[in-house]
Write a protein that binds this ligand. Structure first.
Ligand code: HEC
Length: 153
């Protein structure tokens, strides 16, 4: 009776083997997909850092010395409504052709799919950006107290 135990366990192992082997395979492809998505995002982030950050700032608020020195009025992408009503196509064209003082990002610097990834990246700045000092986390708290009556000048 005891002797048949190892054989039984081998049979049992063979029976579950397909399931055991299948699960990691599925996990691998999900992992590969997640990895590819993460790589695209990393690439977009690196591109942004290389070609955009100097004007648009790391958090996308556009408050940079370069933009100031160009006299450019920059939109603040940390505000969700800034890019909300601009379609991907509109953003794509601006990035490809440039606008005003903004230089065009030509195909040699970023392929079409990289520009699309960049667009996703700059859209993501609206939700993930930390609050900047001049945008209080609680909007109903006034940034500066109103001058109290009778406090002089
Ligand atoms: C030399 C500074 C400069 C650089 C570098 C730059 N931009 Fe801009 N960008 C601007 C200015 C200025 C505007 C506003 C143009 C206008 O409305 O006249 C602008 C506008 C935009 C807009 C339109 C929406 C908005 O905020 O007005 C997008 C999208 C944009 N830039 C994306 C990018 C991306 C992506 C990169 C990097 C590939 C980049 N920019 C690099 C200066 C720059």
């Amino acid at each position: 009776m005891l002797k048949s135990f190892p054989l039984l366990s081998v049979v049992a192992l063979l029976a579950v083997a397909p399931f055991v082997l299948e699960a990691p395979a599925a996990q691998e492809s999900a992992k590969a997909q997640a990895k590819a998505a993460a790589q695209t995002q990393d690439k977009a982030k690196a591109l942004y850092k290389r070609d955009c950050e100097l004007c648009h700032n790391a958090n996308g608020d556009g408050k940079t010395d370069l933009a100031k020195s160009l006299g450019a009025s920059m939109a603040d992408w940390t505000q969700p409504k800034t890019l909300a009503n601009m379609s991907d196509q509109v953003l794509f064209d601006i990035i490809r052709k440039g606008k005003g003082t903004m230089p065009a990002e030509d195909a040699g610097r970023a392929k079409d799919d990289e520009v699309h990834a960049l667009i996703q990246y700059i859209r993501s700045l609206a939700t993930s950006a930390p609050a900047t000092p001049d945008t209080p986390a609680t909007p109903d708290t006034p940034a500066a107290p109103a001058t109290a009556p009778g406090s002089g000048k």
